[in-house]
Design a protein around this ligand. Structure first.
Ligand SMILES: Cc1cc2nc3c(=O)[nH]c(=O)nc-3n(C[C@H](O)[C@H](O)[C@H](O)COP(=O)(O)OP(=O)(O)OC[C@H]3O[C@@H](n4cnc5c(N)ncnc54)[C@H](O)[C@@H]3O)c2cc1C
Length: 325
């Protein structure tokens, strides 16, 4: 069994959930022992059951009636109940790379007495077992790990896998079981939503990011912003630019910032430290502008421009403007 452990808010299954459902479906279609069972907890569980079938689940166990709760211990309890209901004595538990998934994966592994791989960027069915890969040493190396035993937990890295597309023609079996017991030991006292102008960086098809080489906050407001605007994208930054106070922390891309997977990532004045590059593993195309021909960013860039951004970027922006009409 490939058991996809989801906690679903009232808005429905989000991108991280669709990514892990897509992965589970591809694994099952590629020979991994199925079925794909979605165990769903959270306030959106009942409504998400049909959605999960359309996204690739053969069977759904939705634990309903818990309502809104910030207490992940209760959600953990619900996911374990869904696992039991699904017959859970053997199989792989696949967990999304969102906040809840990152917290719940090791806790699920502990409760199931299973091994756990976190931040998996590759999962494949090979030689009768699930082979996984995850970045280690801040993205400087990749570890290959295979889980031993009857049960294993794999939490996937956010944006490392293609999200499942809904197929209304898919059929599957869905059942609901009531959430049992427990009173919340945590409550949300305040929620602060970040205000974003334009497209959020994580959703943008193009990210134009600047680093320490920009030399100050102004180019983020002018050149980088303008290039992002023409390309229909968003502006990002390295930690060095954030630490310098040139842009807010929400702009940070990398290991301790955001992971992005745009079609195009333009890195300007960014050296390409492994911790930065860890956040753009999912980018389809990388273009780098840097005055140092030896900068490590050129190792990951498909197209590299060696030069001072002050000379290169205005011409680059002009050329893009002309191409875009
Ligand atoms: C635990 C840990 C976590 C980290 N997490 C992150 C993270 O999430 N994200 C992140 O970004 N970093 C992270 N870092 C920091 C990371 O190691 C680097 O220090 C940082 O990414 C460097 O930022 P930078 O490339 O902007 O600056 P630098 O490394 O200083 O590079 C600046 C680049 O700009 C070029 N340049 C200078 N002037 C110009 C010019 N006029 N025109 C063109 N190019 C020019 C230079 O040649 C140089 O390559 C982390 C570090 C640690 C230890």
């Amino acid at each position: 069994m490939l058991f996809v452990a989801l906690t679903v808010p009232s808005e429905g299954i989000g991108r991280p959930g669709r990514e892990v459902l897509g992965l589970a479906r591809r694994l099952a279609d590629g020979g991994a022992p199925g079925p794909v069972v979605a165990g769903i907890a959270g306030p959106g569980a009942a409504q998400a059951a049909a959605e999960a079938v359309g996204l690739g689940a053969d069977r759904v166990v939705a634990v309903t009636g818990r309502g809104e709760t910030a207490d992940r211990t209760l959600l953990l309890r619900d996911l374990l109940a869904a696992w039991e209901r699904a017959g859970g004595n053997a199989g792989w538990v696949l967990v999304p790379g969102d906040d809840a998934g990152r917290e719940l994966a090791p806790r699920l592994a502990f409760r199931l007495n299973a091994g756990v791989v976190t931040d998996a960027v590759q999962v494949a069915w090979e030689g009768g077992r699930l082979e996984t890969r995850r970045p280690v040493y801040g993205g400087k190396a990749v570890a290959a790990l295979a889980l031993q035993g009857q049960v294993g937990v794999i939490q996937v890295k956010d944006r490392a896998f293609d999200a499942a597309e809904p197929d209304p023609a898919r059929t599957g079996q869905a059942e609901e079981i009531p959430a049992e017991g427990g009173s919340p030991r945590m409550k949300v006292v305040e929620q602060v939503r970040e205000e974003v102008e334009g497209i959020p960086m994580e959703e943008a098809p193009v990210v134009v990011a600047g680093g320490r080489g920009m030399g100050g906050p102004e180019p983020f407001q002018t050149e980088l912003n303008e290039l992002a605007r023409i390309l229909g994208g968003a502006v990002g930054a390295s930690l060095a630019a954030v630490d310098a106070g040139w842009v807010p922390p929400s702009y940070q891309v990398g290991q301790t910032g955001k992971s992005v997977a745009p079609n195009l990532y333009v890195a300007v004045g960014i050296s390409g430290a492994s911790q930065h590059v860890a956040g753009i593993a999912g980018a389809k195309h990388v273009v780098a502008i840097n005055k140092d021909a030896e900068a490590p960013i050129f190792r990951v860039a498909e197209l590299g421009l060696v030069g001072d951004w002050k000379e290169v970027l205005p011409a680059f922006i002009q050329a893009v403007r002309e191409l875009r009409g």
